[in-house]
Design a binder for this molecule. Structure first.
Ligand code: FAD
Ligand code: SIN
Length: 544
């Protein structure tokens, strides 16, 4: 079946739904989401959304903090517009029904309570208790549900982008995106979604690593699709590890927000001694890359599996008020934050690189836009400042909307016939063990060899292993019928290869990329992005 729409949006987190609300003013919108609508990284965001809303703070300070965290690779023009457009977008979120926690102190100089997180020199993080993402997602789902122009397709898995060059064989530059093949999981069919504008809003790829704060949807599908379609990708070596994921055998991916350290939580070793003073003047509130690296080092030194966060001194009344969700979740695992140390360890959290876009969210493929964690806008550089991600997404949804509003009437390419999906004689698989084994192997390999601390030897080893796995996945993919698990496996494999390729290319240490064979930052040779695409990597003989 072919479904026609003005806008095809892949993903239903803050980027997808935030854009859908605006795009619906122009035309029909189809939002494709692979599980339930709310299932997204957005829904799990805790700390909040950074923006200058207090008169004691300033745009200049937010810009400075973002540039400082980004270790020389942020695009300053992008940082400036994201920071300065933030307050208006926050007001829009509030108009759309997001309830941020209000200030209660009589000394407060503004309406909302502001949290503090690592790398921020001011309190500037708006939050909804300790579950900001759930509140944002709730409001966006409600709002999109009220728009008659928006149709949300749940349990629909985007498989591949459709580009003009794939259909016509014409390699004209630039290529143009015409839609996507989408797997309707419940009906077990692949449909063609044809659109005048396509937005990739598929989020990040934390599941490429064994331990991650991300939910299961984060398998880098959009990034892999864009790469297959020939889009430029950049900076995939910069994977952010959040320093404080709850360390408990039954606590799958539960984050202890940086806001806990913002409210006085201190990192300690098992014996109760502090260690962060040896690594950074801001101690437990140092930028994330510094804290994650310090914890990694201390864990390797002591042989322990985790370190601890101590916030007992803030007392139960404060903790249950400020962190109701985190307090309860810890209690579920027998940890009372008011009485006990919280065991924590770093976990893969955020993909700073992604599909390269300009200031209007345009990728290197015409009519293909990208927004949110899947994109690389230049805001984060080599390391994202805490709570800048939700902000980036919401600022770019508006910029993309404004850009498209100006070209909405161009209807060229609509006569092109798009062939239906060709299953190429694939049959039912009787060996699904291949999928789970390869999935585990990739994640283990990435955690062991392409984690917080890297070396040339580890990266080479990772490449050799992933090359073998990739070959096996490729053969399997073309012989057997598609399932969501197979599609995700193929995508995490592609993302793993991109992370390894970018990491091997960058011969220095900067921000989130630390290679012991090049321990120093090398501004002379490496003050630039690591930009790759399928054809660039082929030329360099980096991708099989
Ligand atoms: P997501 O919200 O992840 O949405 C992606 C969507 O795409 C999902 O709906 C998914 O199902 C869909 N999708 C993916 N692949 C496909 C496919 N093939 N077909 C169809 N649909 C697909 N950032 C902050 O700024 N502040 C915070 O406090 C904060 N806390 C965080 C806490 C946690 C635990 C995590 C994991 C992240 C946190 N982040 C935070 C990061 C932030 O939440 C994300 O970067 C942001 O929400 C990404 O939004 P997005 O819309 O780009 O992607
Ligand atoms: C957190 O609450 O610690 C997550 C904030 C972020 O990832 O920006």
């Amino acid at each position: 079946m072919e479904i026609q729409t003005d806008f095809l949006i892949l993903g239903s987190g803050i980027a997808g739904l935030g854009f859908a609300i605006k795009a619906a003013r122009l035309g029909t919108v189809a939002v494709i989401t692979k599980k339930e609508t709310i299932e997204s990284n957005t829904n799990y965001a805790q700390g909040g959304i950074a923006s200058v809303t207090d008169e004691a703070d300033s745009f200049e300070a937010h810009v400075r903090d973002t540039l400082e965290a980004g270790a020389g690779l942020c695009r300053e023009d992008v940082v400036r517009f994201v920071v300065s457009e933030g307050p208006e977008r926050i007001r829009e979120l509030i108009d759309w029904g997001v309830h941020f926690t209000r200030a209660t102190s009589s000394k407060a100089t503004q309406d909302y309570d502001l949290g503090r997180e690592g790398g921020h020199t001011y309190r500037r993080v708006l939050h909804a208790d300790d579950f900001t993402g759930r509140e944002i997602e709730r409001a966006l789902v409600t709002r999109t549900g009220a728009e008659s122009n928006i149709t949300i397709y749940e349990n629909h898995f985007a498989v591949n982008l459709i580009t003009r060059s794939k259909i016509t064989g014409d390699k004209r530059s630039p290529d143009r995106c015409l839609g996507a093949y989408v797997y309707d999981v419940d009906r077990d069919v692949i449909n063609t979604f044809r659109a005048r504008f396509v937005l990739l809003a598929t989020g990040g790829s934390g599941k490429v690593y064994r331990i991650t704060t991300n939910p299961d949807i984060a398998t880098g599908d959009g990034l892999a699709m864009a790469f297959r379609a020939g889009a430029l990708i950049a900076n995939m070596e910069f994977i952010q590890f959040h320093p404080t994921c709850l360390f408990h055998p039954e606590a799958k991916s539960f984050l202890i927000s940086e806001a806990v350290r913002g409210e006085g939580g201190v990192l300690k070793l098992k014996n109760g001694s502090t260690f962060m003073e040896r690594y950074h003047p801001s101690e437990s509130l140092a930028p994330r890359d510094v804290v994650a690296k310090a914890i990694d080092r201390e864990i390797k030194k002591s042989g322990d599996e985790c370190v601890y966060l101590d916030i007992r001194h803030r007392g139960k009344e404060f903790l249950t008020g400020r962190f109701p969700h985190i307090y309860q979740r810890c209690l579920d695992f027998g940890i009372d934050m008011a009485r006990d140390f919280i065991p924590v360890a770093p976990a893969a959290h955020y993909q700073c690189g992604g599909v390269v876009v300009n200031g209007q969210g345009e990728t290197s493929i015409d009519r293909l836009y990208a927004c949110g964690e899947v994109s690389c806008t230049g805001l984060h550089g080599a390391n994202r400042l805490a709570s800048n991600s939700l902000l980036e997404a919401i600022v770019f949804t508006n910029r993309i909307y404004e850009k498209i509003a100006g070209q909405f009437n161009d209807k060229s390419d609509e006569a092109l016939v798009i062939p239906p999906w060709d299953p190429k004689g694939a049959t039912e698989s009787d060996e699904s063990i291949v999928i789970s084994n390869n999935w585990d192997e990739i994640r283990m390999c990435m955690s062991n060899y392409v984690g917080i601390v890297r070396s040339n030897k580890r990266l080479d080893r990772a490449k050799r292993r992933i090359d073998i796995i990739s070959q096996e996945i490729n053969e399997y993919y073309w012989n057997f019928k598609i399932t969501p698990e197979l599609l995700e496996l193929r995508n995490i494999d592609t993302v793993a290869r991109l992370i390894i390729s970018c990491s091997r290319l960058r011969k220095e240490s900067r921000g989130l990329h630390f290679n012991i064979d090049y321990p120093d930052r090398d501004d002379k040779n490496w003050h630039r992005d690591t930009v790759v695409s399928k054809s660039i990597l082929r030329e360099m003989n980096c991708v099989p």
